[in-house]
Design a protein around this ligand. Sequence first.
Ligand SMILES: NC(=O)c1ccc[n+]([C@@H]2O[C@H](COP(=O)([O-])OP(=O)(O)OC[C@H]3O[C@@H](n4cnc5c(N)ncnc54)[C@H](O)[C@@H]3O)[C@@H](O)[C@H]2O)c1
Length: 256
Amino acid sequence: MRLQGKVGIVTAGASGMGRAGATRFIKEGAAVAIVDLDGGRAEALAGRLRAGGAKVLAIAGDLRDDGFARDIVARTAAQFGQLDFVWNHVGHPGPAAVEGVDMAQYELAMDLNLRSVLVTTEAAIPHLRARGGGALLFTASVAGLTGSAYSPIYSMAKFGVVGFVRSLAKRLARDHIRVNAVCPGLTDTPMLRTFVARPDQAHTANQHPEMVVRETVKTVPFRRPPSRTRSPTRRCSCCRTRRPTSRGSHWRSTGR
Ligand SMILES: NC(=O)c1ccc[n+]([C@@H]2O[C@H](COP(=O)([O-])OP(=O)(O)OC[C@H]3O[C@@H](n4cnc5c(N)ncnc54)[C@H](O)[C@@H]3O)[C@@H](O)[C@H]2O)c1
């Protein structure tokens, strides 16, 4: 029970990696707020976890809204009496194109990968300080470490996440707040289908998303992307608040 007595937030927690991570945090003893645009899925997950005795709060809303991105922190602290960690998992692939870029899709990517995580983090820091320390975990991507020919805008945003993490880790070290990033590669979640079926993604035009996923995973040596449920252990150790090592780190999970 590595998170016994801790309270945390998982954004984009109703699906994929967020859902797997939130479930694991609860198994490790934490109380968790699951924040998601899809309130039905968030509440259904929270209900199942509560039936097993867990302390879970489902919060439905759009993290593009600054007020909501801030408010999730106050609501979690009010419900559970404290806040120890936040996993800023929300993000978006954004547009595939550079020439002819759709600026509405660009704004969506910047809002969800960068703006909303900044707003939530700003709100969370005083709560973590008040606890004498805590943990902030962010989801970047291998595209934010190496660049992606297929997703330059997404890479731009995720490089930003990695830069923010490294900087915050230095800035908040004296407050005993650990800051780290996970950098997944292809992971078998609904978002992988969004990545491969973007309307402005020329090289996959007119192909069925599942076919593209099948072809894409052939580039992974294990011939499959990491499953959404295989990687929460690293998230869990990053959200521990007393582990002295690993600050400003980025952890790859790529199957490569
Ligand atoms: N799946 C991959 O291959 C992959 C690879 C690298 C990084 N990532 C990153 O992982 C994160 C997404 O994870 P996933 O693959 O588990 O996705 P997913 O598709 O399983 O889940 C995304 C969740 O985000 C929620 N969401 C979408 N817009 C929202 C909004 N405006 N406000 C609140 N919630 C919103 C959705 O309702 C959904 O539940 C992103 O940061 C993404 O960039 C994914």
